[in-house]
Design a protein around this ligand. Structure first.
Ligand SMILES: C[S@@+](CC[C@H](N)C(=O)[O-])C[C@H]1O[C@@H](n2cnc3c(N)ncnc32)[C@H](O)[C@@H]1O
Length: 303
């Protein structure tokens, strides 16, 4: 029995070590000025820019706009300009991350406005109730599955009474994206045959213009695990008051395949954003990326 516990612990430690190495050596290496390898997982084309910008700023609707300390749990290097807005009214942005490279980069961006600490989101070395705001974006999914709940507990513990934390992670599967899968496959097949007929070189899977660069060949990604809506609503919602709204309902695969300037892509994303604002609970549940708000001291209203 004791041996089994040690086995599990070493697997957890190994997972974290692998994630840390990935971000230190690959994810937070700059591939061009101000752009990290990690940005390959984002759609940075002009046609998607406005939608993605507005989704990033959604976080601001749910956290306090000022205070002494904002915690950014799994801050990375604060890679997009919109991220700076979350802590604009705060005295300090406390960046916690297991990657020292991430924190060095974050320091080069925000200098004295930041406090930087190498720490694990499932065991954060802070006193309870001290953060007036918390954000944690795309980080909990790097933890072994059985530590997710502990991370939610930690964020809730650290929140000052009546304050809010915003957590963003993807669902393992999204009803909305499943609905569009046949269209995505059809579009990819069409592109393939069109390229063959016209004698154009066929791009490898994942139409990322950066993908052929030699340094990216070793970038295979790192460990992730995701819980579904029922788990967050039931298991986490039982322990703390939370709401599940929408951060962004479509995946990067969706936008890269189906959203194009010549197909009025900007308009469709504008419309989608409007619908997400109108029906945040529906898109939070059925879209790709929920925005989970923990409000300390409030009753749960998730649906
Ligand atoms: C996908 S990146 C997201 C970074 C940033 N939040 C963003 O949205 O750009 C995940 C970050 O979480 C950090 N991370 C992974 N596991 C962690 C853990 N157990 N504790 C703290 N940070 C962790 C990684 O080092 C990386 O910087």
């Amino acid at each position: 029995m004791e041996l089994k516990v040690i086995d599990i612990m070493s697997t957890q430690a190994e997972i974290k070590q692998q994630v840390r190495e990935f971000y230190d050596q690959i994810g937070w290496q700059e591939v061009s000025a101000g752009l990290y390898q990690n940005a390959h997982y984002e759609d940075l084309r002009p046609v998607a820019r406005d939608y993605i910008h507005r989704c990033h700023l959604r976080i601001n609707q749910h956290i306090e706009h000022g205070g002494k300390y904002l915690l950014d749990a799994g801050s990375g290097p604060i890679q997009y300009p919109e991220y700076l807005e979350y802590s604009r009214g705060y005295q300090y942005r406390v960046c916690a991350d297991i990657s020292a490279v991430a924190l060095q980069e974050a320091r080069s961006r925000i200098g004295d406005h930041g406090l930087f600490i190498v720490a694990d989101i499932a065991n954060l070395p802070f006193k309870s109730d001290i953060f007036e705001g918390i954000v944690s974006l795309h980080t909990i999914h790097h933890l072994p599955e059985d530590e997710h709940l502990q991370a939610y507990r930690e964020l809730n513990r650290l929140l000052a009474p009546s304050s809010s934390a915003v957590i963003v992670n993807g669902w393992p599967s999204s009803t909305l994206m499943r609905f569009f899968n046949p269209l995505i496959r059809l579009s990819n097949r069409g592109k393939y045959y069109f390229a063959r007929l016209s004698g154009r070189p066929i791009k490898p899977k994942g139409n990322n213009s950066q993908q052929n660069k030699p340094r990216d060949r070793k970038a295979k990604g790192t460990f992730t695990s995701r819980h579904d809506y029922q788990w967050v609503e039931g298991t986490v919602g039982e322990l703390m008051p939370l709401e599940i709204l929408v951060w962004r309902s479509v995946s990067v695969r969706f936008t890269r395949t189906l959203i194009h300037r010549w197909l009025a892509g900007r308009f469709w994303l504008w419309l989608l954003y409007g619908l997400e604002e109108r029906f945040p609970y529906f898109f939070g549940k059925n879209g790709q990326y929920p925005l989970i708000v923990i409000q300390k001291g409030q009753l749960s209203r998730s649906r």
